[in-house]
Design a protein around this ligand. Sequence first.
Ligand code: ADP
Length: 253
Amino acid sequence: MTNDVIICVKNLVKTYGNFTAVNGISFDVHKGEIFGLLGQNGAGKSTTLEIIETLRDKTSGEVTVNGYNLDNEPGQIKKIIGVQLQTSGFYPNLYLVELMRLFAGLYNRDADPMHLLKLVNLEEKAKSKFKELSGGQKQRFSIATTLINDPLIVFLDEPTTGLDPQARRNLWQLIRDVRDKGTTVILTTHYMDEAEALCDRVAIMDAGNIIAMDTPDRLIDRLVETGFERPKEVKKANLEDVFIYLTGHEFSQ
Ligand code: ADP
């Protein structure tokens, strides 16, 4: 394993009865990168991530996270990762600062709730309830909860699904900030523009296999080299550009 590999997955298999959800995949995630796992629903992304997160048992294969073998030291792995919780688990009537304190307690961490809220630009909402937040604010809060234990790696599951274009860009910037502080980020997304803009490398999964893995740029170049062309000339702007231009450049929450 080279020094800059933080997650190493080798021949990972997961079967449910006689159905194979993950079919012997191998990949490395490098320290400090944003790594995207792409694929249609059912491709095996969540299963793969949940195995690495120690939340699901594998059938076979080898997973190493920051040098810790999943089979022998899952407890060590848990300590160095941050996993985005389903927002449905957030008590709607607690203030954000209280919720954050609660989660910090669960991690047994002496984290400063206000510092965490500040990291995601929610300090002014400390005395708001979760249910009073906008979609983008909820996502930002949930990202803050992944940072409580000062993790080396954070896992984000479709972090921008359902958000408006500005709020998505705001989240992208937040995710880049997390990466720029040295944290490795693994995310899933169904938005290819998001993967292209945000991910340093992506793996594309299909029916339990990884069918491509590289930087977005190189994957695109390789497709173009095959002679592929878009069916029609692309305009210099698209409707999303129009929307962002008209509704202002300020990021929405
Ligand atoms: P993705 O995250 O890419 O949408 P999943 O990893 O959730 O895909 O699922 C991969 C495949 O495994 C799907 O066909 C799904 O139905 C199946 N699957 C997931 N969890 C279970 C389970 N607990 N029991 C049986 N099949 C499952």
